[in-house]
Write a protein that binds this ligand. Structure first.
Ligand code: KIV
Length: 316
């Protein structure tokens, strides 16, 4: 049976996230973009929700995240806040909302906080945007950095490619990470990196370092809701586990214990897809907390010779 009752949910704070890193308790983080699935995520006991600009693809149907606007992000974020009133929410700054100037960055970030009730924002990039990140931090906004594969600039990587496998790309990531930490981000997300280099970044930084497709040596995991539920018909990355097969059996048990199937969806109004989604998200939360996900099955491999070479980095 899934997570927590709405009344027992306590919103996490910055202090909790720091303590969790110190105590080795992984953070279970998921994306959401709408009211019903954010209700499921809160009930399943996630530590935080990202309203990702990936919503542009999985929810709004764009081919990439690049067309997503601030107004669209605010609408998605407001609906998530209504669905998950007691969960730490992170608004993802879409392309164009923070790179142009410090003023634009601060006013976009403040929209997430003031209009949508977000607790923090996330933006992609390292040293190239560090002055904007510092300006947001100085304005009192909690900021999460995002390095490794950064979808808004996939063109500059030559497509969706695993990052941090060579000394040159690992050093770039380390230097960006240290600059962002210095600018005051409270945590960092690494995307699409093999376990060893991502774990090394997590170890070198004082702040919590989370991963999506970055192995299990980091301080927490993020998954895209629509990958976890098998709801997106486009690309599914290698590390994205679909939790529906294992939640179907608990659904079947649930309906077998229901004497009158006509009552399904009436007496308990989220007895259908809502039940299955909560079970699936709760299974993910449990596997993260027990260090079962991602494991080697859902992590990018690295060849022994690539790893030996990486150890030559001055940051290793
Ligand atoms: O938009 C998003 O969901 C993200 C993740 C891919 C990390 O930024």
């Amino acid at each position: 049976m899934f997570g927590k009752n709405a009344e027992s949910v306590q919103k996490r704070t910055l202090i909790d996230f720091r303590k969790m890193k110190d105590n080795g308790e992984p953070v279970a983080w998921i994306t959401a973009y709408d009211f019903p699935l954010s209700q499921c995520a809160e009930a399943a006991g996630v530590d935080m929700i990202l309203i990702g600009d990936s919503g542009g693809m999985v929810q709004l149907g764009y081919q990439t995240t690049n067309p997503v606007t601030m107004d669209e992000m605010i609408t998605l974020s407001k609906s998530v806040r209504r669905g998950a009133p007691n969960t730490f929410l992170v608004g993802d700054m879409p392309q164009g909302s923070y790179e142009v100037s410090k003023e634009t960055a601060i006013s976009s970030a403040l929209r997430f906080v003031k209009e949508a009730g977000c607790d923090a924002v996330k933006c992609e990039g390292g040293r190239r945007v560090v002055d904007k990140v510092k300006a947001m931090v100085d304005a009192g906004i909690l900021v999460i950095g995002h390095l490794g594969l950064t979808p808004q600039s996939t063109a500059s990587f030559g497509g969706y490619r695993v990052q941090g496998k060579t000394v040159a790309t690992f050093d770039e990531i380390m230097e960006d990470a240290l600059a962002l930490q210095e600018a005051g981000i409270f945590s960092l997300l690494l995307e699409a990196m093999p376990n060893a280099p991502a774990a090394k970044v997590a170890k070198k930084l004082k702040i919590p370092v989370y991963g999506i497709g970055a192995g299990d040596g980091v301080d927490g995991q993020l998954l895209i809701m629509h990958d976890l539920l098998g709801l997106y018909s486009g690309f599914r990355p290698w590390f994205a586990k679909c939790y529906i097969p294992q939640s179907i059996s608990s659904y079947l048990n649930h309906i077998q214990s229901t004497e009158d199937v006509r009552k399904l969806g009436r007496e308990e109004q989220s007895d259908g897809l809502g039940f299955i989604a909560r079970e699936a998200i709760a299974a993910y939360v449990e596997e993260v907390k027990l260090h079962k996900f991602p494991g080697s099955q859902y992590s990018y491999p690295i060849k022994p010779e690539e790893l030996d070479n990486l150890k030559k980095s001055k940051y290793w």
